[in-house]
Write a protein that binds this ligand. Structure first.
Ligand code: ZN
Length: 310
């Protein structure tokens, strides 16, 4: 869930110096690559699955009081399994820990180090606090909102590759739609206030959200999926079901395959240019890290920047 809007003054160096990104490495699958994916070199294509939030900063609360982080972890594990089975052997399931802000830097730094071809951040949605209502579940007071249901997809125009981010977002939205899943259109409504978003692809349900940190700071096409609303009492139960998790996983695999194939048809120069930018950025950051080690002077490269914590 998109929890808060913040102006944060944090030293990037300070944040990066405490990076305990708990990366769960995936194992190689036994199953062969499908012959239908001839145009996509699945074993070479790396998807990083970012599990939204951490055990310590678990994101939204469901209608029955469960943490969003656990929903994100369960679904991301299922998607990871499906991608590996489909032959995407370089898939990485990324789990970070610690407080939310620190984990945000950790996930971006780790994803960039991994030279991923694609980042998919997995979340589950809730609603702005003013829409929440009270009810009792198992004798405990909880909060819910049945007002909205459905998934939503976000991309940032500040990403290094906004065009391909939107391309993958659209592919994912269409695969979800093909499986009978409907996106929620409520982010376009004026009552969403500061959470209101521009719909970039009305068929696939892709919204523009420039300030999402994990999308704007990663150096590859990046997409955030709010898989469904866990504040909604019915949808919470559906999202917890293995059937829905498998359906979403199948949609992700087909979308990743289409995206990977589309990338393989790109002119080599275009991909090389993006790669060059990535390496320049990487070298620059190493340089700054060394400088900091020498001088012990805190960096302020992202001080005063405004972005959304996710
Ligand atoms: Zn979230």
């Amino acid at each position: 869930m998109i929890r808060s809007w913040s102006t944060i003054a944090v030293s990037l160096a300070a944040a990066l110096s405490v990076l305990p990104a708990g990366i769960v490495r995936a194992e190689l699958p036994d199953s062969p690559v499908k012959s239908s994916a001839a145009s996509c070199a699945r074993p070479d294509f790396r998807v990083v699955l970012d599990v939204g939030h951490t055990a310590k900063s678990p994101g939204a609360k469901s209608a029955r009081g469960a943490d969003e982080f656990n929903f994100n972890l369960r679904l991301a594990k299922q998607i990871d399994h499906a991608l590996l089975e489909a032959g995407f052997a370089k898939t990485v399931l990324m789990v970070t820990d610690g407080p939310g802000t620190r984990s945000m830097y950790a996930r971006v730094a780790r994803t960039n180090e991994l030279s991923a071809n694609l980042l998919l951040s997995i979340h589950h949605d809730s609603v702005p606090d003013r829409f929440l209502e009270k009810w009792d579940y198992n004798g405990k007071p909880e909060m819910f909102s049945d007002r909205f249901a459905g998934h939503s997809i976000f991309v940032s125009d500040d990403n290094l590759d906004p065009k391909d981010s939107l391309l993958f977002g659209s592919m994912l939205g269409k695969q979800l739609k093909a499986r009978g899943l409907q996106y929620t259109p409520h982010y376009t409504e004026s009552f969403m206030g500061r959470w209101r978003r521009t719909l970039l692809d009305a068929d696939a349900g892709v919204y523009r959200y420039d300030t999402l940190f994990v999308l704007k700071k990663t150096q590859m096409p990046a997409v955030l999926l709010e898989a469904g609303s866990i504040a909604n009492r019915n949808e919470e139960l559906v999202m917890a079901s293995p059937e829905r998790q498998q359906l979403i996983s199948a949609a992700v695999v087909d979308a990743v395959d289409s995206f990977c194939a589309a990338q393989s048809h790109k002119p080599a120069l275009q991909i090389a240019q993006r790669s060059k930018v990535r390496h320049v950025l990487s070298a620059h950051s190493h340089q700054r890290t060394r400088k900091r080690t020498d001088s012990a002077t805190p960096l302020t490269s992202v001080s005063q920047s405004t972005f959304d914590i996710h």
